[in-house]
Design a protein around this ligand. Structure first.
Ligand code: ADP
Ligand code: MG
Length: 374
């Protein structure tokens, strides 16, 4: 299924195949394809599709690496391969730097230092950390605490790889430590302090988005005009992919390799949060990595939440937020935010989408109505 986004239209999808004008190349002249019989158009289409990858991908440079516990992809147009390799390497180096700063699993990271010390005394932090903490608190306020980086006060007790979870008692004992109001930022001293003990923070819902934004900034400095940086479910697109948009698939949350929907996008950011990335199933119940700050347990109202926005720091934080809020409250929030769109697949497999995304067959009165995913 295809959606149209307000930043794009679907005319690029081979309109001439549908006989809607545009052009075809014949005998050195541009002609109206409506005059071609359909079989001829089909054969031309197949030949073009076979040739296109060779022509279009000739100078599309793509590299992948495993950093921050996820697959990083950098893909862009660059005719100079040596230059392209250097630029991609700079992006990967940046991702490693952010991982070393913000990983909760590295005891020497800046984030770990905050968690170790901030309940005892104010901890002076880097400007980058301060800004990300500030942004996290803004999203917490916007979402009335659905997004809350102190979720980790309970969240750290889950180990999805080992399949272990805290007991009910452990959750109750730590639940009061989840509240972003416990984080006190001092702008003048650029420091952070926790109002009580037991508070832990984790930037897993926003740090990858920040890393992707920085990756795109590096590509821009490299002079790249069209490209993509993605880290797991967070992607940002610079320009077009040649003369067409980037085709961004939203994974089917219950079919491995399956795609629920494809969005043609240009110059935008897209993030998906799902319950299928890190999880284990016990007694038929799915325990996954997105935690309700209210209950300290994973949220089960959706399978995935996708946000399209101007930058990945925002789309990343908001996709986690929408996952927690669920389709109804999540869409209400999205409709109140200019420049933000969303697709939420709920726990019944129904797809909800915001008014900025128009399905080709959608009538205005159907926008916002859920529909089953394929
Ligand atoms: P990923 O790309 O790792 O799947 P998501 O953007 O889907 O990340 O966010 C999930 C991550 O967000 C979790 O691994 C955790 O670190 C963090 N997180 C979980 N629950 C919350 C919450 N309620 N508020 C903020 N961050 C959260
Ligand atoms: Mg997120």
């Amino acid at each position: 299924m295809y959606f149209a986004h307000r930043n794009l239209n679907l005319q690029f999808l081979f309109p001439w195949l549908a006989g809607q004008g545009s052009f075809a190349y014949r005998g050195g002249k541009l002609t109206n394809p409506a005059r071609f019989p359909l079989p001829a158009r089909f054969i031309l289409f197949v030949v073009l599709m076979l040739l296109l990858p060779a022509i279009v991908q000739a100078d599309w440079f793509k590299q992948q690496a495993k950093i921050m516990g996820t697959e990083i992809t950098v893909e862009f147009w660059d005719e100079d391969t040596a230059h392209a390799k250097r630029c991609a390497q700079s992006v990967f180096t940046e991702m490693h730097r952010i991982d070393a700063l913000m990983s909760p699993y590295k005891p020497e990271s800046e984030l770990s230092r905050i968690n170790q010390q901030a309940a005892k005394q104010p901890v002076k932090v880097s400007e980058e950390m301060f800004n990300l903490l500030h942004k996290s608190i803004q999203v917490a306020e916007l979402s009335r605490g659905a997004f809350d980086i102190t979720f980790s006060s309970v969240g750290y007790l889950y180990d999805y790889r080992q399949g272990s979870k805290p007991s009910e008692q452990q959750i109750q004992d730590s639940l009061e430590a989840i509240d972003y109001h416990h984080i006190q930022l001092d702008k003048n001293k650029r420091s952070v302090r926790f109002a009580r003990s037991g508070v832990r923070i984790d930037l897993g819902g926003i740090a990858k988005g920040h890393a992707v934004d920085n990756g795109i900034a590096i590509l821009k400095q490299c002079g790249i005009k069209g490209g993509l940086v993605s880290a797991g479910g967070d992607s940002r697109i610079l320009g077009d992919r040649g003369d067409r948009p980037w085709m961004m698939g939203i994974r089917h949350p219950r079919k491995k390799q399956g795609v629920a929907v494809v969005l043609p996008l240009s110059d935008t950011a897209i993030s998906t949060s799902g319950d299928y990335e890190r999880y284990f199933i016990e007694n038929g119940e799915r325990y996954h990595h997105i935690i309700s700050p209210r209950t300290g347990k994973s949220v089960n109202s959706s399978w995935s939440a996708t946000v399209i926005g101007p930058d990945t720091t925002t789309s990343d934080a908001l996709s986690t937020t929408l996952f927690v809020l669920g389709p109804k409250q999540g869409m209400q929030l999205v409709e109140s935010l200019p420049g933000i769109d969303a697709v939420i697949i709920d726990a019944q497999g129904q797809m909800h989408y915001s008014s900025g995304l128009l399905a080709p067959e959608a009538q205005p009165d159907k926008v916002g109505q859920p529909k089953p995913i394929m």
